[in-house]
Design a protein around this ligand. Structure first.
Ligand SMILES: *Cc1c(COP(=O)(O)O)cnc(C)c1O
Length: 382
């Protein structure tokens, strides 16, 4: 059996090596390392794939979120509503910009923002909402957009984990995750579903004015060279990364298919067990399985230790597994200044003690999946 990895980008690379190597060499020959033609080509192909008017490239997913928020002209102290149950990048940039992160609960089934909790958290200072499509499951965007319209709030989708996913509205219309809010942000971190060979990120919008503004912010706030209208930053996608991503974009749907097949395999193997809850797939969301995250509940007070025990047991059999994420936002020291530690987010805390993510990538074969599933069951049955 091939060694099991949490993410196997090496085997994936071997399958497209000829094409990738050629594209990278071409960039080197051209020396157009910054804003070379592959950057524009990739962005227009990605816009077509996403069904958006504008794709603005940037250096990473965290920058994408930061640039989006900088473009909205928010004032210090303005409130931005976001889940606590997410990766730190989502919430960190809010605080970095001197805005106030307001943490709300997620739905225990989808792991995504709970619209009822969102509505309750809105105050006159609320300016924006950042739903996160966690693990590859799309947040309930139709409800979130309705609430945002009612209260005139911006919506920035954190689509770092769900690129390629579809959302189906109640009228049957389908849109790509990341194209529904006013702005969508994504990351091309190597382990993401569309991963570069280094860092990268992008921002999506259908709004021409916002697109211009975000392009300006990402480029030192300049409207034309050496004329700087707003305080900006320097955030670019390397030409080499764009050339690689343009090749990988053509394979994205096939990659998603491979992830979904692996998820089906795990579901079949594990869903019968009383201690395990396999990932929920809401009918409106096409799950793209950035992570395959199960919940373990032995019904005892030591539930987190029981979950951690699986992590250790699997490691003993050379099977990696991860806890995404061991500390939710409202418990992070970073946010102490906002007095959020005492905030009651029982669903978030409940999930934090029970989640564990199994190896998930495009290269898992049946032998590996059988072995992983059998070892999970072995732990649970002992
Ligand atoms: C990866 C990720 C980011 C940040 O992306 P980087 O490219 O690492 O900066 C933001 N939000 C979520 C949910 C992520 O998973």
């Amino acid at each position: 059996m091939r060694p099991i990895q949490m993410v196997d980008t090496q085997t994936q690379y071997q399958k497209i090596k000829t094409e990738v190597d050629k594209a990278v060499l071409q960039v080197m020959e051209s020396s157009a390392f910054i804003n070379g033609k592959p950057v524009q080509d990739f962005c227009s192909n990605l816009s077509a794939y996403m069904g958006v008017k504008h794709t603005i490239p940037c250096a990473n997913g965290t920058d994408a979120l930061q640039i989006a928020m900088m473009a909205l002209d928010l004032q210090p102290g303005d409130e931005v509503i976001t889940p606590s149950f997410t990766y730190i990048a989502t919430t960190e940039v809010i605080a970095l910009l001197r805005l106030k992160p307001v943490f709300v609960e997620v739905d225990p089934k989808t792991f995504c923002m709970d619209p009822a909790a969102l509505e309750k958290a809105i105050t006159p200072k609320t300016k924006a909402i950042v739903p996160v499509h966690l693990y590859g499951h799309v947040a309930p965007m139709e409800e979130i957009m309705k609430i945002a319209e009612k209260h005139k709030l911006w919506v920035i989708e954190d689509n770092a984990q769900a690129i390629g996913s579809n959302y189906t509205f109640s009228d049957g219309k389908t849109q790509k995750a990341g194209s529904i809010g006013h702005i969508g942000c994504t990351s091309f971190y190597p382990s993401k579903n569309l991963g570069a060979f280094g860092d990268g990120g992008a921002i999506f919008t259908n709004d021409d004015a916002l697109a211009d503004r975000m392009k300006m912010v990402a480029n030192h706030g300049q409207s034309r060279r050496y004329y700087h209208d707003v305080v900006g930053c320097n955030s670019r996608l390397d030409t080499i990364q764009a050339a690689i991503l343009d090749i990988k974009l053509k394979h994205l749907d096939e990659y998603i298919g491979a992830r979904r097949s692996a998820a089906d395999f795990y579901d079949n193997a594990l869903s019968g067990h009383s201690v395990v809850t396999t990932p929920f797939r809401a009918s409106y969301s096409r799950h793209v399985f950035h992570q395959y995250t199960i919940l373990l509940d032995n019904g005892k007070p030591d539930v987190a230790a029981f979950r951690d025990g699986l992590n250790t047991f699997l490691a003993g059999h050379k099977i990696p597994s991860m806890i995404y994420y061991p500390v939710p936002g409202h418990k992070q020291k970073m946010f102490e200044q906002f007095n959020v530690a005492s905030q009651l987010l029982p669903v978030t805390d409940w999930l934090t003690e029970r989640v564990i993510s199994l190896p998930m990538h495009t290269e898992l074969d049946e032998e590996q999946l059988t072995f992983i599933s059998s070892k999970v069951l072995e732990y649970l049955n002992n």
